[in-house]
Design a protein around this ligand. Sequence first.
Ligand code: F6P
Length: 540
Amino acid sequence: MAEILLRDMPEFQALEAHFETIEKTHLRELFADDPKRGETFALNAEGLYFDYSKNRITAETVKLLVALAEASGLKAKIEAMFTGEKINITENRAVLHVALRSAPNEVINLDGVNQVPLVHEVLDAMSAFCNKIRSGEWKGFTGKPIKNIVNIGIGGSDLGPVMAYEALKYYTQRDLNFRFVSNVDSTDFVEATYDLNAEETLFIVASKTFTTLETMTNAHSARAWTLAELKDEKSIAKHFVALSTNAEAVTRFGIDTANMFGFWDWVGGRYSMDSAIGLSTMLAIGPVQFKEMLAGFHAMDEHFRTTEFAKSLPVVLGMLTVWYNDFFNAQTVAVLPYEQYLKRFPAYLQQLTMESNGKHVTLSGAQVTYETGPIFWGEPGTNGQHSFYQLIHQGTKLIPCDFIGFFETLNPLGDHHTFLMSNVFAQAEALAFGKTAEELEAEKVPEALIPHKTFEGNRPSNIILADKLTPEVLGKLVALYEHSVFVQGCVWQIDSFDQWGVELGKVLANRIIPELKSDSELKHDSSTNKLIAMYREKNK
Ligand code: F6P
């Protein structure tokens, strides 16, 4: 499709005009006008209940947002993704994370080769390996079974695995001890391995490229740490596995490719938690439950591919993000899971959303004239309520919120779950409806305090609910956000699958590394020169 800039599209302009009519409308009015609004603006699909009634929208808004999605070529783009077209144009790559959760009998061709059997071959190899570790059949170099698993990776090779491990902890084999090392800060490695012994420890070196500075540095330290105790190069084969697309670099590092689980350049780092990068997840929950998670992803993929836009969870979620981002000028989205196990979900979503849609030019390289990806952030409930919710309720910024909750808890204990869920419903209600000066007067609140105690309300939120957190539900939730990001990127006409913005810092750090260790002449700006000089002085 030829690029017509978003602002020139009649569908975008129709939304601009519509925004003028709705901007001042309060959610109180919208709910008063339609006693069934709470049901009208709700979707129930794939075991997820999605209540989007507390958004500043009418049926007309939804119609116009769907029209914009259609005019953006979303239908064709979804097909292009699912059929392996090279839609990551700046890297000339297909974007096929959906193939990672395909059924064995599906056919997804890329350059004439069906990728599905390749995916299942790796899954089978991962399963066989996980069964050996989990059963104790795999022995370390000194003959002891593995008890500790340390995943070394960063970005997509860390955030997905950590999030999934924490999210699914309830389902994990508890006699295995999992650690995750990502930061190049030595403290991360030292603390993660502090109380471990090499005899019972397996390192997973997770890196798509196998060149990332942080991961390679940590992997080399892990190697040295292992050899310091086991004192034999041959021990590496029993204590190291690699997850990568780069077999050559894996071999060069000294890991036998027999101990490597591969994936492909069509898996983006932030879309890789269900590829071989998920080995730690599979070790934790076992192959059967890992496959249940994949089935959850797949169910959401099918929903996304086949459901009409107005009823599609990822499309509605994605277009609501566009609505607040581009029309209300909201800068951020808060993701608030009311589920302790999802404590790392916001951090995971930050890479997924912001590395994908933090772009300033369109696919053809033109500067965008509208806002693209918002800032995603969040904390699990109810902790956030006693911290930053004040600003969401009464601050000057509009912050759309996604509340995520479950009807059942995995750990029933007294009234905890009732209290937890009452807070989800109460927060969304308070944000939407607020509290008026009249209500406060009726409560005889002193006049001077009325402005302080007034909640203007009209603050939008979504509520996503499921029965309980299972591997399958986690797969659905992650795929929901993955596809929502895709929808947004499609409307903004950007490449959601590259990440050139992380390169410059890496290049400059590589230039500075030798400068910190020498007395060479410094040719940076005056600030950088001074900082380097001070570091040199302190580390003489
Ligand atoms: O820094 C950006 C990035 O390339 C991410 O996109 C990626 O998830 C991360 O680095 C790690 O990359 P790798 O898996 O190749 O080590």
